[in-house]
Write a protein that binds this ligand. Structure first.
Ligand SMILES: [Zn+2]
Length: 251
């Protein structure tokens, strides 16, 4: 319990807020030198409530034209870079991509190339950015993916020793009560400290997963999507009719 207070205290302010082309994003502070990271917020788009305003998903009931405009603004904010994306299926599949565009069903992407971004859509699930000498990676890790160790698996796919990880805005222990059964499965897999009663810390589980594959440099932005509904969509807090935030990384 003390651990939680301590870790949350030392992570606070580990992020900065900025905007480009009118859209607002947060980034790790300090930012990585080798790549650029954008955790786009819900601010600066054109979607109407409950998707206000920078929703990037057409699958939640938002107006397609609004989503198109939002994605155009986001692309502008990333200096015109196109993106590589996947159909997220809450599994542990890793797509290795060499160009922008749709890369099939998976929940993580890695690339050795430059000039485009790797993106995932989230509303509470954890976006994890991985940066190595050759590869960059982007992971979508909800509870299923976290339990399956998708972040560790992605690191192994990158096949390099020296990887740095950035844990983006996501639902945190303060806002994430789960069933006793699920809490128990996480405690068994990652250690008792990742749960507190029935409250689950996905970031703590992901940290353990990263440690297992030798990643020690982990930067956690410390932002909770449940607590910060002013900045982020939260499936837990706003229900299924809410938007999705985009997380992106590019070399
Ligand atoms: Zn919270």
């Amino acid at each position: 319990m003390n651990n939680r207070v301590e870790s949350e205290r030392c992570e606070r302010d580990a992020w900065s807020q900025d905007s480009a082309r009118g859209v607002v994003y947060v980034a790790p502070e300090p930012e990585p030198e080798e790549a650029q990271v954008w955790f786009f917020t819900r601010k600066g788009g054109v979607s109407e409530p409950p998707f206000d305003s920078l929703n990037i998903s057409t699958k939640v009931g938002d107006e397609p034209d609004a989503v198109t405009e939002n994605l155009a603004r986001i692309r502008g904010a990333m200096d015109g870079r196109p993106s590589a994306w996947v159909r997220q299926v809450a599994g542990d599949g890793v797509a290795r991509v060499s160009e922008a565009g749709f890369a099939g069903e998976a929940d993580a992407l890695i690339t050795e190339e430059e000039g485009f971004s790797l993106v995932v859509a989230v509303a509470d699930c954890v976006p994890v950015v991985l940066i190595a000498d050759k590869f960059i990676g982007m992971v979508h890790s909800g509870w299923r993916g976290s339990l399956a160790g998708i972040t560790g698996k992605t690191v192994q796919e990158m096949g390099e020793g020296c990887v740095r990880a950035y844990i983006g805005p996501c639902i945190r222990r303060c806002c994430y009560e789960v069933s006793e059964e699920l809490a128990g499965r996480f405690a068994e897999r990652f250690g008792a400290e990742v749960v507190e009663g029935r409250c689950l810390s996905l970031p703590a589980a992901i940290r353990r997963n990263l440690e297992e594959v030798g990643v020690e440099k982990v930067h956690d932005l410390g932002l909770c999507t449940g607590c910060r509904s002013d900045l982020f969509f939260s499936h837990r807090k706003q229900g299924p009719r809410t938007g999705r935030n985009l997380a992106a990384v590019a070399r």
